[in-house]
Design a protein around this ligand. Structure first.
Ligand code: RB5
Length: 144
């Protein structure tokens, strides 16, 4: 696994999975920054998405994980930031390929959509998979 520095964030809809994923990161000694939210109180996902995206574009972190109820709001918001390639994943194949082909730098998950164990498997695969480069780099460069 490359040297990972992960930024993680959620709104209230993704709070429980954020806590579970933080436990996973700790158990594997993966360095992370938690940009909130820190309680179950209702909050606005675009603010959290922006904070996380900035940690990536500034170079402080090299991967991000964002969770909301569906993962959709987080992915829309994060992808507004130049340099962010946020992938909403609900299966392990998409998680792997979003890294290998799209060089996704943020993983988005929907706590109200997928089960917790699947979310953890997706996270594990997504963090372990590297970018294949080659023809995929040309395509990613076209996006940038
Ligand atoms: C919050 O109720 C919910 O709208 C949010 O977590 C997310 O699903 C938005 O995309």
């Amino acid at each position: 696994m490359e040297d990972l520095k992960v930024v993680i964030g959620s709104d209230h809809g993704g709070f429980h999975y954020k806590e579970s994923i933080i436990e996973y990161l700790k158990s594997r000694n993966i360095d992370f920054v938690d940009v909130g939210t820190y309680t179950r109180e209702s909050c606005d996902y675009p603010e959290i998405a922006k904070l996380a995206a900035q940690k990536i574009t500034s170079g402080e972190c090299n991967r991000g994980i964002l969770i909301c109820g569906t993962g959709i709001g987080m992915s829309i918001a994060a992808n507004k930031v130049r340099g962010i390639r946020a992938a909403l994943c609900g299966d392990t194949y998409s998680a792997r390929v979003s890294r290998a082909h799209n060089n996704a730098n943020i993983l988005c998950l929907g706590e109200r959509v997928i089960g917790e164990h699947l979310a953890l498997d997706i996270t594990d695969i997504w963090l372990k998979t590297g970018f294949e480069g080659g023809r995929h780099k040309r395509r990613v460069d076209m996006i940038e």
